[in-house]
Design a protein around this ligand. Structure first.
Ligand SMILES: [Zn+2]
Length: 182
């Protein structure tokens, strides 16, 4: 069967059922996305820790071309499903004039450091602070301000943007996290 696009889904199934279908797609994509992210980050950490110089550059380039690209595509699908879900479920009005890719971008890029309470230390484009996800005496939580991703070398918490951060910290769904950020 041909895959139906959003408009066709609405025509065939109506709003309610389409919203349910999209929620299903989102959940499925979300678990796939987490798997891709884990793989991508594991490889990236390995390259950064175990390689240096030209080898590191080459392997990082390849990683971005393969796993990085797959992850970015999955991120886009995830964003699309959540927007379409909101539209089908008539939840769009909660965002004054709708949520689109540029507002999602704005939410992703909200500086994670603004959520950190207590002392932060800035070294180049890295910020270290005490981890908001586990108790610790010495800071092992890193925010990389060049792309707003974070990693805790103590508990392993990891995320690629402010949306990931809020989802993990406040235990909320993607849509709720976005709403808190825009
Ligand atoms: Zn931690």
């Amino acid at each position: 069967m041909k895959k139906l696009n959003f408009k066709e889904l609405l025509e065939v199934f109506g709003k309610d059922e389409t919203a349910e279908i999209l929620r299903g797609k989102f959940v499925e994509e979300d678990s796939h996305n987490q798997y891709l992210r884990k793989t991508y980050l594991r490889k990236r950490d390995y390259i950064l820790e175990c390689m240096s110089g030209t080898w590191q550059d080459i392997r990082m380039g390849l990683l971005e071309l393969e796993d990085g690209k797959r992850l970015a595509e999955s991120d886009k699908r995830l964003a699309r499903y959540s927007i379409q879900y909101l539209e089908a479920a008539d939840k769009l009005p909660i965002f004054d004039n709708g949520i689109d890719e540029s507002r999602l971008e704005q939410a992703r890029e909200y500086p994670i450091e603004n959520f950190i309470e207590g002392k932060i230390r800035r070294i180049g484009n890295r910020i270290t602070a005490k981890c908001p996800f586990h108790e610790e005496k010495t800071p092992s939580f890193f925010i990389y301000t060049s792309d707003n991703h974070y990693h805790c070398y103590g508990c392993g918490k990891h995320g690629n943007n402010a949306i990931d951060f809020l989802m993990a910290r406040d235990n909320v769904e993607f849509i709720e996290a976005v709403r808190r950020l825009i």
